[in-house]
Design a protein around this ligand. Structure first.
Ligand code: GLY
Ligand code: MN
Ligand code: MN
Length: 472
């Protein structure tokens, strides 16, 4: 063999070995749109709801109101020292597509159609933007994005850095509506504390403030009701756009589970595991987490809302991990339970497979017309048939709707377009064993689709994945 050929072959083998060792873990490529930032003036860092979709949501609300007025009010900004980013009020976001403060939307409905609407937004303010960045302001860009004509957008004056926007135009509009339109009034967040007599953007309890203000100006016989019942009904059936965002939240969550479970090992701290998942979320464009993460090992898995993440995982532990990503304000909610040493004991396997059988029975029963109660009955029967005692079965609900809120509003009886979790569990304190399996399901015309099916779940899949980053 020629010397040059030998060198070439040797190099090829060495290069092959090195690249096999250095090979990045197999992760799905990140879809280009996941990190995309929409152009100015939008604040969105993810695909936005179209103005047409926003308009159809508002029309659907008018149909639900019939005759009356609906009001949504933006959430106040968090304290700078709270460590939280701004999160819009979900009803305000759902109907307006505006995710900054202040934003008030007032719509009157007549015979189920929109009769009038006004969107109150701040005027552009240079000093505000210098300190805080972009926010939605009165103007043509906001009209184009929300689908509300510019003629119906009212500018709120003031709002220099350190100064509040004036709510006077909102107050005047509501007073005028009260005299001419003494119908049923709906408003966002009807209960709670209220401060002061008028409307102020400095009041943290917006729902309470609006309710108190309306009560002070409305005729005695005017009914003031919370918006939640009506908006919840609309929000519970997801549009294709919303389903796409939930799919992406589930996909990002799946990437986190793959990454974290590959690295899991006895001796790992619960917070380390949580860190693997959160790193995967952030690096794949998640916009946050929709609920406080649960990484609970051994006995901690029997504490349903365990959030300390301060225990070192021991050989022989099962770890219950209920951690998910948020994408575009939409939640995922997914749980996996796995042996930290990569191998279930026969007893752990028996309990795990019983919980999985329960979830599969519930998922098989999920279709339009089914209810959480009927699913739970099917689930419990399957778990008992698989050898669990009723005292060991989940003391919590079997599932819930998921959307803008992790516990989204929604009906008990399912229709196509709803997204729910199915999350049975078995909690056996005296064995320090807690197992929950939670997945996201979209109700379809004929049954259901699991939106988190890419995340390993069978005993064989889990045992192959756990520790695969370090185990020989
Ligand atoms: N992670 C909250 C829940 O499962 O409902
Ligand atoms: Mn859940
Ligand atoms: Mn959960």
């Amino acid at each position: 063999m020629q010397r040059r050929t030998v060198v070439f072959l040797w190099l090829t083998i060495v290069t092959g070995l090195v690249s096999a060792q250095d090979a990045a873990p197999a992760v799905t490529p990140i879809p280009a749109t996941l990190g995309q930032e929409a152009p100015f003036p939008y604040r969105w860092k993810f695909p936005a709801p179209s103005p047409e979709e926003l308009a159809s949501r508002r029309a659907a609300l008018a149909a639900a109101v019939g005759n009356g007025v609906a009001i949504t009010v933006s959430a106040p900004p968090p304290e700078l020292s709270s460590g939280s980013r701004y999160k819009p009020d979900h009803d305000s976001w759902y109907f307006t597509g505006v995710d900054s403060d202040p934003c008030v939307w007032v719509m009157t409905a007549k015979d189920g159609k929109i009769d009038s609407e006004k969107l109150f937004l701040p005027t552009f303010n240079k000093s505000y933007e210098l300190w805080n960045g972009r926010r939605w302001c009165a103007g043509p860009e906001s009209a184009a994005a929300t689908g509300i004509p510019e003629s119906k957008i009212v500018a709120l004056s003031g709002g220099n850095f350190g100064g509040a926007n004036s709510m006077k135009p909102v107050e005047d509009h509501l007073r005028a509506l009260m005299t001419s339109n003494p119908a049923v009034w709906y408003l966002e967040g009807a209960e709670g504390r209220a401060e002061g007599g008028g409307l102020s953007i400095d009041t943290p309890d917006r729902g309470g403030m609006v309710k108190k203000f309306l009560r002070s100006i409305a005729p005695e016989k005017t009914k003031i009701r919370g918006l939640g019942g009506l908006s919840g009904k609309l929000r519970s059936v997801k549009s294709p756009y919303e389903i796409e965002l939930i799919r992406r939240a589930a996909w990002i969550t799946g990437e986190g589970f793959h990454d974290a479970m590959r690295h899991a090992r006895p001796g790992m701290w619960e917070f380390e595991f949580q860190g693997f998942m959160e790193r995967a979320f952030t690096s794949r464009g998640a916009t946050g987490v929709p609920y406080y993460p649960i990484a609970a090992s051994g006995p901690n898995a029997c504490i349903l809302h365990y959030t300390d993440s301060r225990r070192q995982m021991q050989d022989g532990d099962v770890v219950l991990c209920d951690i998910a990503a948020e994408y575009g304000y939409y939640a995922a909610d997914i749980t996996r339970s796995f042996p930290v040493n990569g191998k279930f004991t026969p007893r752990q396997k028996q309990v795990y497979e019983a919980v999985l059988a329960g979830q599969e029975a519930a998922a098989a029963a999920l279709k339009p017309g089914a209810s959480l109660m009927s699913l739970d009955a099917a689930c419990r029967d399957a778990m008992i048939a698989a050898g669990l005692k009723s005292a060991e079965l989940h003391p919590h609900g079997l599932g819930h709707h998921v959307g803008l809120d992790v516990h989204d509003p929604g009906a008990m009886v399912f229709t196509p377009g709803m997204v729910i979790t199915i999350e049975p569990g078995a909690y056996i304190r005296k064995e320090s064993l807690g197992i929950r399996i939670e997945d996201l399901y979209l109700v379809t015309e004929t049954g259901a689709e699991c939106l988190s099916k890419m995340i390993p779940k069978t005993v064989a899949e889990i045992e192959a994945l756990v520790g695969s980053a370090w185990r020989k």
